[in-house]
Design a protein around this ligand. Structure first.
Ligand code: SPV
Ligand code: MG
Length: 555
């Protein structure tokens, strides 16, 4: 069939049949587990030899049918799942008589294995390179019955059964090898594997000449490896099996690295010789899972980042407490404020956290949080600190003042918002003569449901100087969430405001005001208490009560 006309992926059985029947000499490589199978495919091989030697070796047992056939088949399933190329199983003697082979063929088909090779020895077999001449051969008629049973058991017409002739290995000579091959061919084998343990290909080439293309011929040049493949091509060999080279490569690499780590008690010498863990992730297909999570697992796959502003020392009222520490590291009931906020984020699976530091940056120590320094914090307002954290923005971002304590549901609701930009505002207003009379917001119900929690921001002010025509609707608590275009609005606003001469004096409300001016909708998530910030020494006591869950008067 013309490959260009094929729309569906070619079945693995068909791929293997094509390799065997190809007019060219083809090559397949040994693999022994899912990872090595994928590596073989990535290297460009069109097929895999599931070697009995290598499979038993990776289990740490001998090539004497010590691993059960179901253990082999379980491993084959991982290998098949990890690859798109056909796998030819080295099925030893078929793990029993004709009946065992029938069941094996059915199970192999069910697990996506394209073919099986069986050898004319007796169960339990021994590797051909271990005293091969002493190994008994199967009775030809019995072996032919096994072949016929295997062929009758397959349901996919392209599943391949390769009959392996061990007569040369056992020292029975060329004529016996040919007699057996002819019988197996007659019994229905799709190909003949002629095996030899000589360091030169002579007997295999002699066999090929006399076989004269009666059926595809397969060889395993482990011992006569120095033969140029051109020789095999000229001899009309259909399939060459590189039968054990990944397990041997892995063993050497593991021995060297294990010894090095043990002897030096250090990883320094090995790090550059081994693949990075990211390469392991790639081989495992981690990217595909990340893509699938986007498609199928929307809620959980959200990757929200958070930027916490913690550069300032805190106001004059905290001066005596903040000689050594910035405000965010002040202890509340024995734990720094920032630590409490970080734990709230982590409760909601927001684990990608950055804190902008400035004053006593060295004292900001909270594990699992990236620190971004704003060296000019003393001349700068919060907006400049936010600009320092630009590199930590993703397409889903929470920005928060660092001195906040909130009940966890507030962040949970914020993370549920589907608006591009959402701020949290308390509808309870501070006293106009207090230091908290700032970050004031005006909003109106977003939908015609006056009792709903969602509202639409209409105005925002850093600090109100004049009495406004309308009383503020609430106070922004200093936490916002932006998603996708909302993050773009913030980035654009930062870029525009940075050009202003007074940039250093601006706060986050100025950013929100700029975004509102552009006509972008900003959602307000309304709350009523359940949070506090720390501006004065007595706030720390209230914060301790809050942290302990005591029903305190917070404002
Ligand atoms: C295997 O790879 O397990 C084989 C080939 O059977 S050989 O080890 O050369 O016999
Ligand atoms: Mg084998």
């Amino acid at each position: 069939m013309n490959a260009l006309l094929e729309t569906r992926p070619v079945r693995k059985t068909t791929q293997l049949r094509r390799l065997l029947e190809s007019p060219h000499t083809e090559f397949i490589l040994e693999a022994h587990n899912g990872l090595s199978a994928r590596i073989a495919e990535e290297a460009g091989f069109k097929g895999i030899w599931a070697s009995g030697l290598a499979l038993s070796a990776q289990f740490g047992v001998r090539d004497n049918n010590e691993a059960s056939w179901t253990q082999v088949v379980d491993m084959l399933e991982f290998m098949s799942d990890a690859t798109t190329i056909p796998i030819l199983l080295d099925g030893d003697t078929g793990y029993g008589n004709f009946n065992n082979l029938r069941r094996l063929v059915q199970k192999l088909e069910q697990r996506g294995i394209a073919g099986v090779c069986i050898e004319d020895k007796l169960f339990p077999k021994t590797n051909s390179f271990i005293a091969g001449e002493r190994q008994p051969l199967a009775d030809v008629d019995e072996f032919c019955g096994k072949i016929r049973a295997g062929k009758d058991a397959q349901s996919d017409p392209d599943f391949c059964l390769v009959a392996r002739v061990e007569a040369l290995i056992a020292g029975w000579g060329l004529d016996e090898a040919l007699r057996r091959a002819e019988a197996y061919h007659e019994a229905g084998a799709d190909a003949i594997l002629i095996h030899s343990k000589l360091p030169r290909p002579d007997e295999v080439l002699a066999f090929a000449e006399r076989w004269a293309g009666r059926s595809p011929l397969v060889i395993v040049p482990t011992k006569y490896y120095s033969t140029p493949v051109e020789v095999f091509r000229e001899a009309g060999i259909s399939l060459v099996i590189w039968a054990n080279h990944l397990i041997r490569a892995a063993a050497r690499a593991m021995q060297e690295v294990a010894r090095e780590i043990h002897d030096t008690a250090s990883l320094l010498n090995v790090e550059d010789r081994i693949v990075p863990v990211e390469e392991i992730f790639r081989l495992q297909g981690a990217d595909e899972l990340a893509e699938a999570e986007k498609r199928y697992f929307a809620g959980r796959s959200r990757h929200t980042k958070a930027v916490i502003l913690g550069a300032s020392r805190g106001g004059a009222e905290l001066a005596s407490l903040t000689e050594e520490y910035p405000k965010v590291m002040l202890p509340v009931a024995g734990k720094p404020l920032l630590q409490r906020l970080v734990e709230t984020f982590k409760q909601h699976q927001v684990n990608d956290l950055a804190v902008v530091t400035g004053y006593r940056a060295d004292r900001v120590q909270v594990s699992g949080v990236q620190r971004i320094e704003n060296p000019a914090f003393s001349e700068h307002g919060e907006l400049a600190s936010l600009a320092c954290a630009r590199g930590a923005f993703g397409d889903d971002l929470v920005v928060s003042y660092g001195d906040l304590l909130i009940r966890s549901y507030i962040l949970g609701d914020l993370l549920d918002s589907d608006a591009p930009l959402t701020i949290v505002a308390d509808t309870e207003l501070p006293r106009p003569d207090s230091a908290d009379w700032r970050d004031l917001v005006w909003f109106e119900p977003e939908r015609a449901v006056p009792w709903g929690h969602q509202a639409r921001l209409t105005a925002v002010q850093n600090r109100m100087v004049e009495q406004p025509p309308e009383a503020p609707s609430g106070r922004w608590i200093g936490m916002l969430r932006a998603q996708n275009q909302g993050v773009a609005w913030i980035e654009t606003a930062l870029a525009a405001l940075e050009r202003r001469a007074d940039f250093a004096t601006l706060g986050l409300p100025d950013l929100l005001a700029w975004i509102l001016d552009q006509g972008h909708p900003v959602r307000v998530q309304r709350i009523h208490g359940h949070w506090l910030d720390v501006n004065r020494a007595e706030d720390l006591l209230r914060a301790a009560d809050f942290a302990h869950g005591l029903p305190a008067e917070w404002r």
